[in-house]
Design a protein around this ligand. Structure first.
Ligand SMILES: [Fe+2]
Length: 402
């Protein structure tokens, strides 16, 4: 076992020449050279993530230790590193914890491993993409096929599944295969076909400009499945636009406009005879890294702005420029969906629409349901076997006498 070197010193600078396993204790954190990289861990973080038996509910991996009860003065009374066993600490509150080398590498929160863990996406270029296509039989019958489909939705924000049986409510069955249906007001399975009495512009045969559905919820559905039971009309091609690519273009051209759309709340509403949905949020919501997380774009559902007088023209200037990008044909895929095609979009990112069609030229009927992107990502982690947390030390390990 390699004993700790140095006590109470400042955090050491990263050094590739430091010997493997070198452990240095500082005042509030330690550093450890592991797999050729110097890694830094705060004492409070290590104590919080202890897998000592009395700190965990092992059957569920949940934390038993009450984090706010950890004092700011938490520190090791002694610590040592062993290449096989890992980091062993006896804390100044008497607890003994062990952190395996694999666990320390997996949860290292230095910048490089953190950025490697971020969910990466591929934005569509100006020419759009050929939306990835998968056969229904592969997706529902094989783990590889399902995983390939989920990977495509995660990376490109869209995928087409072909050969889905043209049976009513098949889209609901498909949704339950890869996740769960998100219930909303209106129908659980929504029908889109020509309906002169319909409550939505989708029920007309006119052009449907690219949009995201239901920004009239504070958390709009993040996945939409559109199943074409039949599509025999002239016209009516599907149009998908990568909204995040459009926003990247806006951000590069006009950062002030981008910031305006991150700031100004826009009310959206969709209602029917018996139902109503209404919510007011900025069109762009960022994550803590400054990347777009949620994009709301529905020209048809926007309601009168209620914002400070001086913000009004700034909003319309920004919206005009963004709308021009979305309407430009850039970052767009246009394709004719065939009978049995099921289009999936990550609808916090990709806008969907359609070109006008002639309702006299043939039948057109699709059914759609909503889901949550979180559930698709969860399904992907389960299929990859990544969903169970790694224990830092074995269950029931007795530290006494070591
Ligand atoms: Fe829609």
């Amino acid at each position: 076992m390699t004993e700790a070197t140095g006590l109470g010193g400042a955090r050491t600078a990263p050094s590739s020449s430091a010997p493997e396993g070198q452990l240095t204790l500082g005042e509030r954190s330690l550093s450890l050279v592991l797999a050729g990289r110097q890694r830094h861990f705060h004492y409070v973080w290590l104590r919080d993530n202890s897998w000592a038996e009395s700190d965990r509910v092992f059957q569920s991996s949940e934390r038993k230790l009450f984090t706010p009860a950890i004092p700011a003065t938490v520190a090791p009374a002694e610590a040592a590193f062993d290449p096989q066993e890992g980091l062993e600490v006896r804390w100044n509150d008497g607890q003994r914890s062990r952190y395996s080398p694999g666990w320390l590498r997996k949860y290292d929160y230095s910048e490089a491993p953190r950025s490697g863990r971020r969910h990466g996406v591929t934005l569509w270029g100006e020419e759009g993409i050929d939306v990835p296509r998968f056969s229904h039989a592969d997706v529902v019958n094989t783990a590889e096929g399902e995983l390939a489909y989920l990977d495509a939705v995660a990376e490109y924000g869209a995928a087409v599944v072909t050969g889905v049986p043209s049976v009513e409510h098949e889209v609901e069955r498909f949704a339950e295969t890869v996740g769960h249906v998100r219930e909303v007001a209106f129908e659980r399975v929504h029908n889109v076909r020509h309906d002169p009495a319909g409550y939505n512009v989708a029920h007309t045969p006119g052009e449907l400009k690219p949009h995201t559905d239901l920004p009239s919820y504070n958390w709009p559905p993040s996945i939409q499945l559109l199943h074409f039971l039949t599509n025999q009309t002239t016209g009516g091609e599907s149009t998908l636009v990568d909204g995040w690519a459009a926003l990247a273009e806006l951000r590069a051209q006009a950062p002030a406009h981008f910031a305006t759309l991150c700031r100004v709340p826009v009310p959206y509403q969709l209602f029917s005879q018996d139902e109503d949905t209404w919510a007011e949020n900025p069109m762009i919501q960022l994550d803590t890294d400054g990347n777009v997380k949620v994009f709301r774009f529905s020209n048809q559902l926007a309601q009168p702005l209620s914002i400070p007088f001086d913000e009004v023209e700034a909003f319309y200037d920004a919206y005009r420029q963004l709308g021009g990008i979305i309407d430009s044909g850039r970052h767009r895929a246009t394709f004719k969906s065939a009978d049995g095609d099921l289009v999936t979009v990550h609808s916090h990112r990709v806008l969907h629409g359609r070109l006008p069609y002639d309702p006299a030229s043939g039948a057109r009927h699709l059914q759609d349901v909503y889901m949550e992107f979180d559930d698709l990502l969860a399904r992907r982690r389960v299929l990859r076997g990544e969903h169970k947390p790694l224990a830092a030390q074995p269950a029931g390990e007795t530290r006494e006498g070591r």
